[in-house]
Ligand binder design. Sequence first.
Ligand SMILES: NC(=O)C1=CN([C@@H]2O[C@H](COP(=O)(O)OP(=O)(O)OC[C@H]3O[C@@H](n4cnc5c(N)ncnc54)[C@H](OP(=O)(O)O)[C@@H]3O)[C@@H](O)[C@H]2O)C=CC1
Ligand SMILES: N[C@@H](C=O)C(=O)O
Length: 257
Amino acid sequence: MTTALITGASSGIGAVYARRLAARGHDLVIVARTADRLNALAAELRKAHGVAIEVITADLIEGPQLEPVLQRLRSDPPIDILVNNAGAGLIGDFATADPAEMYKLLRLNVLVPTLLTSAVIDGMVERGNGAIINIASVLALIPEYARGIYPATKSYLMTLSQGLAAEMASKGVYVQAVLPAATRTEIYERAGGDISKVPDVMEVEDLVDAALVGFDRRELVTIPPVPDAAAWEAFEQARGVLASGFSNSKPAARYRG
Ligand SMILES: NC(=O)C1=CN([C@@H]2O[C@H](COP(=O)(O)OP(=O)(O)OC[C@H]3O[C@@H](n4cnc5c(N)ncnc54)[C@H](OP(=O)(O)O)[C@@H]3O)[C@@H](O)[C@H]2O)C=CC1
Ligand SMILES: N[C@@H](C=O)C(=O)O
């Protein structure tokens, strides 16, 4: 029996991951701030799938509430799959954003997944297996399509996933970055937006089912809406071409006087 810990499991993408992973027979640790939602989900999944569900009610940006989650990631039974999903948006331009709100977003979208991953990874490496799923966003690749710092928080998560995957390649730990585009969840309303104005919104069950196909295939980056996998491969190839120019002791000719 394996155990998955899912942050932000009380709604949206996290709640669907909880349902799907429980249906696959995983025991779960589900984490979010809203106790009644988590308890209702836990009761539903115990009944439907006979799996063990632990509930941790925590505001992850509050240090004392984060601590029990970090402790759980370091303890037994071991966490085999960590889903770094809890996250939020922040509507508006960088110039007018409230620094206190930016600080909270950076804690939730950047610091929290980093610390949770740090807490779980030693055990995974010791056991020689484990998986970390980071819910980033297509905005990591197209920050110009949004405003403020939200896309940058998602770029961080994607870059962290790529670097970590390289480090973990020989250690049996699988890392996946999932890049959803617009998906029907509460995130828009929570941030003061209006999902009815967003075109081409994916249903959350479709998003998670596709992400799990990518998981089963051990993809490093899964972008459910992209129709042709060759587009991503071409992007990666272009990155390789660019990287081949990084090893030079002198600036390129176009920068020399
Ligand atoms: N929906 C979309 O279009 C897209 C979403 N994403 C990403 O998907 C992830 C999930 O979001 P989504 O399902 O859409 O949105 P939801 O708002 O439905 O879910 C967010 C989850 O995070 C939890 N959460 C928020 N703040 C905290 C906190 N401080 N401490 C603990 N838990 C918290 C919420 O629970 P509670 O309030 O109970 O704490 C909730 O369970 C996010 O990382 C988001 O950036 C990426 C691309 C597109
Ligand atoms: N829709 C955005 C989240 O709110 C995203 O694409 O990340």
